[in-house]
Design a protein around this ligand. Structure first.
Ligand code: SF4
Ligand code: SF4
Length: 394
């Protein structure tokens, strides 16, 4: 697919997503009946590839939901367990030629099951409680959020850097790299010490009320910084701001960029000068929430290709066809073993390219891929894009 075609497709997907948001499961009766059980979705579903149960495949879930909508089976905790067995990778939507769009239906199903008290799954519920209480999923104190930040930044600026909980509390080195790169480039930005969770987790759990409360609170916090633009360090936060916030709060009118897009601009403008170190072969993992959910495939690749001496090699599954790391949609929280096993497959695919390093642009993918690397005792070096670039900046 060309860049223009990808953009057009991302726009069409977004329009369909917006329309789907207002629907109930009952509105999908016809689509559910349109599933011809061809199994094209099953082939690529990461959860099915790991679990091997028909009932967790997108088509299996469609059959369960068709029966629920028809009143032939009751929604039960077992039904909820199958429906929530999903990483929200969204590949089933593009695999389906029958226009069923299983992922869109699953999102509505999660919301309805949660409204009925059957979802989210127990561990996910605990996570949402922690997010409500501590404003992060780790039960960390707010004052530790930026403990890695070594420089003072102005309280207001046109650009707000938003790190997200995983970077802030688990990958301070990524946070530091991003700040250092912007300082080197002379790019003005602010960071708010009030930053809290973006609300992505409760949203995908169907806890829409909680995610809407978080979005409202965040909107007020963002406004206080005077920013017109928000740049995120995390693919998940980015897709939440881009795709979800406009539906949860009014006037969410910020320009949004993932950090990879800003990095590319700074490199193209010559604000960051890159130098050759030892030659290196790297492969890039597209986070589902930056790729299929938000249509950003080129910026990270162009940044990698602009580093002298760094060769980008693609995995068998890349761009819109990329394979999920297994960590999204609360799947890691509810099914950690299966989640890391899915990441192991991705690591093996990365190893097959002969690359020295694996680069990603999502700290949540990184968490899962990191665990898989350790389990496999892989020699692959794992980078966030910002850290790879900082290593090569003059
Ligand atoms: S690809 Fe579409 S039609 Fe085929 S089994 Fe999956 S949901 Fe059904
Ligand atoms: S979104 Fe991904 S994990 Fe979920 S059912 Fe579809 S293919 Fe499977």
């Amino acid at each position: 697919m060309s860049t223009e075609e990808e953009k057009k497709k991302a726009m069409e997907d977004w329009e369909k997503l917006k329309a789907a948001e207002k629907k109930t499961l009952n509105d999908f009766r016809t689509q559910l009946a349109m599933c011809n059980i061809c199994a094209f979705c099953r082939i690529r579903c990461p959860v099915y590839q790991q679990v091997k149960w028909e009932s967790v495949t997108p088509r299996g879930k469609m059959q369960i939901l068709r029966n629920v909508v028809k009143g032939w089976i009751k929604p039960t905790p077992q039904v909820a367990e199958r429906i929530f067995s999903c990483t929200t990778c969204q590949i089933c939507n593009q695999q389906c030629d029958a226009e069923v769009r299983p992922f869109d239906i699953l999102k509505v199903a999660r919301r309805e099951l949660t409204e009925q008290g059957l979802g989210p799954l127990p561990e996910e519920k605990k996570m949402d409680r922690r997010i409500r209480e501590y404003r992060n999923p780790y039960r960390e104190p707010q004052e530790r959020r930026f403990s890695w930040l070594e420089v003072k930044v102005p309280k207001t600026a046109d650009t707000l850097l938003y790190f997200g909980c995983v970077t802030a509390y688990r990958y301070g080195e990524t946070g530091r790299a991003i700040v250092e790169l912007l300082r080197k480039a002379g790019y003005k930005f602010t960071i708010t010490s009030d930053e809290g969770c973006c609300g992505m987790h409760p949203y995908w759990d169907g806890e829409i009320k909680l995610s809407a409360e978080i979005a409202k609170e965040n909107l007020e916090i963002f406004r206080k910084t005077g920013a017109k633009e928000i740049v995120t360090a995390c693919a998940g936060c980015y897709s939440t701001f881009k795709n979800v916030y406009p539906m949860l709060v009014e006037n969410f009118d910020f320009k949004l960029r993932h950090f990879s897009e800003l990095l590319l601009e700074l490199i193209k403008k010559g604000k960051l000068k890159l130098k050759k170190k030892s030659p290196m072969k790297v492969t890039y993992h597209d986070p589902c929430h930056l790729g299929r959910h938000a249509g950003i495939y080129d910026a990270p690749r162009e940044v990698i290709k602009s580093i002298p001496g760094v060769e980008l090699v693609e995995m068998e599954h890349s761009r819109e066809d990329s394979q999920c790391c297994g960590g999204g949609g609360g799947y890691f929280t509810a099914f950690p073993e299966n989640s890391v096993a899915i990441a192991e497959k991705r690591i093996k695919e990365a190893e097959e390219t002969g690359a020295d390093a694996l680069v990603t642009t999502c700290p949540l993918c990184r968490t899962n891929l990191d665990l898989a690397i350790k389990r496999l005792d892989s020699k692959l070096k794992l980078y966030d894009l910002s850290e790879l670039v900082l290593e090569h900046v003059s």
